[in-house]
Design a binder for this molecule. Structure first.
Ligand code: FES
Length: 365
């Protein structure tokens, strides 16, 4: 038996007792103090929400946030499940990502609007013009008003709304992290070579197939000087990843028009092949002016001279379109006898290393 001394304060008596699992007292659900939380604002034009409307709004908004949560999960799942590659899979991936993100953002927006219109009290606001700089008293009032607005939003009190909103935001917050996966892995030497390299196919030299029809082309069928044709590698006619680097333009020139910048050993009866990927930032350079033999890139007007190794004569591109070595096979079809000597496309990727490698190869041969 112990004596109870009223002078000695016991720790458990300093704070209200609360059993875990029981709801907190009303004041604890408010961002304001207890007194202000229960203080009714008597302002003309302020109309508190009808409790039934507010409850209904809470349910609708919670449903919207739940939909956002599920759509956010679906967005991440879509990114993992739908891999891009050919046209169909890329289309499916874009559709799934776009649809899920749209639904997620729509659900979030509708939930917020319903929350504002059906849960919050209605105000008739009049905004007075005032000097730009606020005095300390106004700032204090703004702070108080902000806290009051936050309190009236019910963020603390409406647990269901709060939790579903936080749950809805979580997957959307993680979505950018998932997209970081696209930053890697490093391409290493993949950008230096294309599938035109016969070594990738056990020495087989790929035919040049007409883009669109997918048919091989005989040199004798492409015999009109001034003509231009887009061609793609045999066996890769629908592989967008490969075609992004390996698409080529064929141009038929009169042999006497070909200048020293063009490697004549890589042409066939005046037919010359250049990469179609602009060396500026990679647009397809396929506009051809027959009289001047200029290849024009429509994106930023880089212009290349087809008779002189496709060197740049105008525009922002910094180097010529790489030339592809071509010949004909036993049946007269045009084939690539090797890969491009330098990487195709924009100058900024790996060009330094690749050209050093190219020069090294040139010394050895
Ligand atoms: S991409 Fe060709 S000029 Fe810019």
């Amino acid at each position: 038996m112990t004596d109870h001394n009223p002078e000695i304060e016991r720790p458990e008596e300093r704070v209200p007792r609360r059993v875990i699992g029981t709801p907190p007292p009303g004041a604890a659900q408010s961002l304001l103090g207890e007194e202000e939380a229960h203080h009714e604002v008597k302002v003309p034009g302020v109309k508190p929400q009808d409790p039934r409307t507010a409850k209904k709004g809470e349910r609708i908004a919670a449903l919207c946030f739940t939909i956002t949560f599920l759509a956010g999960i679906a967005f991440i799942a879509s990114y993992v499940i739908f891999q891009v590659g050919d046209i169909d899979s890329t289309w499916a991936s874009n559709l799934a990502l776009g649809a899920s993100l749209t639904i997620a953002l729509l659900g979030l927006a509708v939930g917020m609007v319903v929350w504002a219109r059906m849960v919050l009290p209605k105000y008739n606001m009049v905004q007075e013009r005032h000097p730009m700089a606020s005095d300390p008293q106004v700032r204090e009032e703004v702070g108080t008003t902000f806290m009051k607005g936050a309190d009236e939003s019910g963020f603390v009190k409406h647990k269901l709304l709060r939790r579903t909103l936080l749950a809805a935001a979580a997957p959307l917050g993680l979505a950018p992290l998932v997209l970081l996966k696209d930053l890697g892995p490093l391409p290493e030497t993949k950008l230096r070579h294309t599938v035109w390299n016969p070594n990738q196919h056990g020495g087989k030299k790929l035919r040049l197939m007409v883009e669109g029809t997918g048919q091989p082309i005989r040199a004798t069928d492409f015999n009109t000087p001034g003509g231009l044709l887009s061609v793609v590698p045999e066996g890769y006619e629908h592989d967008l990843t490969v075609l992004a680097k390996a698409t080529v333009i064929l141009i038929n020139l009169r042999p006497e028009e070909i200048k020293s910048g063009t490697n004549k050993n890589w042409t066939h009866n005046g037919i010359v092949a250049y990469s179609k990927i602009c060396t500026h930032v990679g647009c397809p350079a396929a506009l051809y002016e027959q009289n001047t033999h200029h290849i024009l890139c429509p994106c930023h007007q880089s212009t290349f001279d087809a008779t002189d190794g496709a060197k740049v004569i105008f525009g922002p591109a910094a180097r010529p379109l790489p030339q592809l070595p071509i010949d004909v096979d036993a049946e007269g079809y045009l084939i690539a006898t090797g890969d491009f000597p330098v990487p195709v496309g924009p100058s900024f990727w790996e060009r330094g290393d690749a050209e050093a490698e190219y020069r090294e190869q040139g010394k050895q041969t």
